[in-house]
Design a protein around this ligand. Structure first.
Ligand code: NAD
Length: 498
């Protein structure tokens, strides 16, 4: 890597080229594949000031909603045009299969941008019934500047889920991508510029959440200390609302920081330990397909991953006979994300790989049976074999805690009442799946499960119009759908004396 220092001072004028990599063994060593500037709290401050200015002059209620909608639709068109670039960047940065990004992940983001583009001029208030001496009505007003912090597992969909409703409702944004997967977000910033959003409406600052030096293939340039961009966003008094997606542990810190600073409004999309319930009258072939995807897609690095599967004892053997070979087959597709056959990608980083492996070890030491996998796949990269544990007990770590990897705990159950109780015995409440040929039973059970989303005879298929969020410690508030408009606006009641 190289840069040029341009100096224009009275005592020195000129340009000095300089290497910015390492000098080892007589050679200039470049970073592995990318260089990202690591931001500081001063950068967050600059971004907030730019956003405040844009909000007052060129965004918010200064322009028509239809114009905000037009820009969001333009952004969607540009993302569609460049979907191959984005898919390639994700494959390189995270190791995700290119085909998966191109056909699923990027289209999901495009769909979201268009959905909220459509809402931008429709978020109207209500007329409040009064007697004839008064007029009262509500307005849905934007917060002004919104801080947004996202994880690494689905960078572009997470970005779209955050910015689309915030911008549609008239807010300006200061967003921090994950330090592990920032590249596609930076490419996306180019599209924001090309689409013609006024300067300052969307600001992106790279950096760590809190102080941490856990880098992957990305090399960070450290300009100064105080490089805790996430924390600076949550504490900044110029930010009226913060929307966060990530782990429950960090969500708790965000809530504390927001309370201690200016009592920001907070939306949290957190972790999960989602149950998949399989009744003996289900369509077994379809159920198995959904269940395999439900846990192993994106190598298990999915917040709604169905990481606890409860199978009715009368169908248990048949289920395992079908489920096991399909899961095992995925391992055979692990490898180069640019190969069309690749379905099973790596874990995102060494740290995350180690974390998932330590859960596998804990499952073994706590007495669960490794029915499939249970080890690293191959000798290179961070691939983990699709892993199935059986003979699992409710107090085992692999049953209680979010693993965020290709690891599933499978348990038997007898009755409907018993499985509802077992499925609800968790601090999480993000999603659940129920498979049964008896639709009345499936719906009855879905209603009793304590989760923000319930999937009947399917798994983890989101709709832009359906709200998404968690019960219990899986989150606060909702994204997606009409509910996201409320997430990004505050209601004002106006009372007029006639
Ligand atoms: P993480 O919580 O470690 O980090 C998420 C983001 O928060 C990153 O950008 C990180 O830099 C930032 N951050 C970390 N500490 C911070 C702090 N103190 N203040 C402010 N920001 C801070 O999560 P991750 O490892 O990137 O992602 C995996 C987690 O995300 C899993 O728990 C998963 O379930 C969850 N997730 C949830 C959803 C959902 O919609 N509910 C979606 C995707 C992922």
């Amino acid at each position: 890597a190289q840069c040029t220092l341009n100096i224009d001072k009275a005592s020195y004028k000129g340009s000095i080229p300089i290497h910015t990599g390492h000098f080892i063994d007589g050679k200039w060593c470049d970073p592995k594949f990318a260089t990202i500037l690591l931001g500081s709290s001063a950068d967050v401050d600059m971004a907030v000031q730019a956003a405040q200015k844009a909000y007052k002059t060129s965004w918010g209620l200064k322009i028509l909603g239809s114009e905000r909608g037009r820009l969001l639709n333009r952004l969607a068109d540009l993302l569609e045009r460049d979907k191959d670039h984005f898919s390639a960047i994700e494959s390189l940065n995270i190791g995700k299969p290119f085909h998966f990004c191109r056909t699923f992940e990027i289209p999901k983001a495009i769909e979201c941008l268009r959905y909220f583009g459509g809402w931008a001029d429709k978020n109207q208030g209500k007329l409040v019934p009064t007697d004839e001496t008064k007029l009262a009505y509500t307005r849905h007003e934007p917060y002004g500047v919104v801080g947004q912090i996202i994880p690494w597992n689905f960078p572009i969909p997470m970005l779209a889920w955050k910015i689309a409703p915030a911008l549609a409702t008239g807010n300006c944004v200061v967003l921090k991508p994950s330090e592990i997967a920032p590249l596609s977000t930076m490419k996306f910033a180019e599209l924001i510029e090309e689409a013609g959003f006024p300067p300052g409406v969307v600001n992106i600052v790279n950096g760590y959440g809190n102080v941490s030096f856990d880098c992957t293939g990305i090399y960070y340039i450290l300009p100064s200390l105080g490089h805790t961009v996430g924390q600076a966003i949550t504490e900044h008094p110029g930010i009226a609302k913060v929307a966060f997606t990530g782990s429950t542990a960090v969500g708790r810190k965000i809530l504390e920081a927001a309370a201690k600073s200016n009592l920001k409004s907070v939306t949290l999309e957190l972790g999960g330990k989602s149950p998949i319930i399989v009744f003996d009258d289900c369509d077994l072939e379809q159920t198995v397909k959904w269940a395999v995807n439900g846990i192993f897609i994106n190598a298990g690095q999915v917040c709604v991953a169905g990481s606890r599967i409860f199978v009715q004892d009368t169908i248990y053997e048949a289920f395992m006979r079908e489920f096991t070979p399909i899961a095992a087959g995925l391992a055979g597709t692990a490898g180069d994300p640019f190969q069309p056959i690749t379905q099973h990608g790596p874990q995102v980083s060494q740290t995350h790989f180690d974390r998932v492996m330590s859960y596998i070890e804990s499952g073994k030491s706590e007495g669960a049976t490794v029915h499939l996998g249970g080890a690293r796949h191959g000798t290179e990269g961070y691939f983990i074999q699709p892993t199935i544990f059986t003979d699992c007990m409710p107090d085992m770590k692999i049953v209680k805690e979010e693993i965020f990897g290709p690891v599933v705990a499978i348990m038997k159950f007898g009755t409907e009442t018993e499985v509802i109780e077992a499925a609800n015995a968790t601090t999480y409440g993000l999603a659940c799946c129920v498979f049964s040929g008896d639709v009345s039973r499936a719906i009855r059970v879905a209603h009793q499960l304590e989760n923000g989303s319930a999937f009947v005879n399917s798994a983890m298929v989101t709709e832009p119009g359906a709200p998404f969020g968690g019960f219990k410690q899986s989150g606060i508030g909702r994204e997606q759908g009409e509910y996201a408009l409320a997430t990004y606006t505050q209601v004002k009641a106006v009372h007029v004396n006639l």
